[in-house]
Design a protein around this ligand. Structure first.
Ligand SMILES: Nc1ncnc2c1ncn2[C@@H]1O[C@H](COP(=O)(O)OP(=O)(O)OP(=O)(O)O)[C@@H](O)[C@H]1O
Length: 361
């Protein structure tokens, strides 16, 4: 798939703008704070209905304006699909696909499949489990509508269970309501665990090969799904932890506490890896994600690279650029020297200045 056009109206620092993309590599370059990442963010919004940087939709509206409107056309197997997103200041968001308003967000998920790669992603191994769960969730929500559904339901039930835990003072006060929430939590939670297991199993196969290549065969990387709870033991663990959960007013058992472990030559690099090892493993993870998505959707996703090349050494830059063959890629950067050095075939080059995008010839 590839994005044909993106138009922005009162989006962040853009008053109005239309960008026509090439099917290959597109580079948006410019000084800091000109609006390069804002373009990637708007694309990400069209794919997932939210920003990758903020949970507040209001921030996306140009200061002083009442609403923003983002339009995107994606071509999939020779068919154009139009995505329209309107966000108003009162937080009302309207999404339409081919001019027809959608009722449920899962109608949007997967229509435009994006993979975003920014310098923060290079910290995926070093950072906490929350970021690693986020990585899994973002990908699986785009790949699998049912995963998205179960995740949403799971978090709704979790919130209700936590409210109940907060409102009771002791174990004796708890009534049957908890077992209703527990059954629902387990039902949705098991689906999430199953799907994460399959996803990480497939990803593990791919990452082993990629990481072996990047490290020149010196490092063997293995990814292990660290489940917080097994499917069989879910109910028992919930009741075992109930007293403690009442004390803290929150649920301590379930896939919302899952993590992934990364072993290099048998050593857990989250704790014992060098920074270089952690960053290389994070690069392998993102590259594996691209490969896995291509295998699963039988199409190419759109890759968004937010100023990430300058963070990598020459060898890793080359490896990343080599992966970009046949994938539409939209890159932001402050200078294009690295791309020239790596002999990247640039489809379209844009200069971004103060909320204006200009084709650079
Ligand atoms: N809601 C908004 N209304 C108006 N301007 C905004 C809004 N939100 C952000 N901006 C402006 O957008 C600019 C930042 O854009 P962006 O994050 O895309 O920068 P960038 O070009 O990617 O820079 P860098 O290279 O530093 O990452 C800043 O000038 C900021 O003031």
């Amino acid at each position: 798939m590839f994005i044909k056009t993106l138009s922005l109206k009162d989006y962040r620092n853009y008053e109005e703008g239309v960008i026509h993309f090439s099917e290959g590599i597109n580079i948006l370059f410019g000084k800091n704070a000109q609006g390069k990442t804002n373009v990637l963010e708007a694309i990400y919004l069209c794919a997932t209905s939210r920003s990758h940087r903020t949970s507040s939709d209001k921030e996306l509206i140009r200061l002083g304006e009442e609403a923003t409107h983002v339009k995107l056309t994606v071509n999939k197997h020779d068919v154009d699909e139009d995505i329209d997103i309107h966000i108003r200041k009162n937080n009302r968001k309207g999404i339409a696909i081919n001019k027809i308003p959608i009722k449920k967000l899962n109608e949007l998920m997967g229509l435009l499949h994006v993979i975003i790669f920014s310098p923060e992603d290079l910290g995926l191994i070093k950072n906490g489990p929350k970021e690693r769960r986020r990585f899994i969730n973002i990908e699986l929500c785009q790949l699998d509508h049912l995963y998205y559904y179960h995740l949403q339901q799971y978090h709704k039930v979790l919130k209700q269970r936590n409210n109940l835990l907060k409102n009771v003072k002791n174990f004796q006060e708890i009534d049957q309501t908890i077992s209703i929430w527990d059954d629902q939590l387990i039902g949705h939670g098991i689906k999430i665990i199953e799907k994460r297991e399959a996803f990480l199993h497939d990803l593990n196969h791919i990452i082993q090969k990629i990481h072996g290549d990047i490290s020149g065969g010196t490092e063997q990387l293995e990814m292990i799904y660290e489940k917080n709870v097994t499917m069989d033991g879910f109910k028992e663990r919930l009741s075992q932890q109930l007293k403690k959960d009442i004390k803290f007013g929150s649920t301590s058992v379930g896939p919302h506490r899952d993590d992934m472990m990364f072993l290099v030559n048998g050593i857990d690099i989250r704790k014992y890896g060098s920074q270089g090892q952690q960053r290389t493993a994070a690069l392998s993870l993102k590259l594996s994600e691209i490969q896995l998505v291509m295998d699963q959707i039988d199409d190419t996703p759109v890759l968004l690279l937010d100023d990430v090349l300058s963070e990598l050494d020459q060898h890793r830059q080359q490896y990343l650029m080599h992966t970009l063959n046949h994938i539409q890629t939209i890159i932001t950067c402050t200078g294009i020297e690295d791309y020239i050095k790596n002999r990247v075939q640039i489809g379209k080059l844009y200069e971004v200045t103060d909320g204006h995008v200009r084709l650079y010839t």
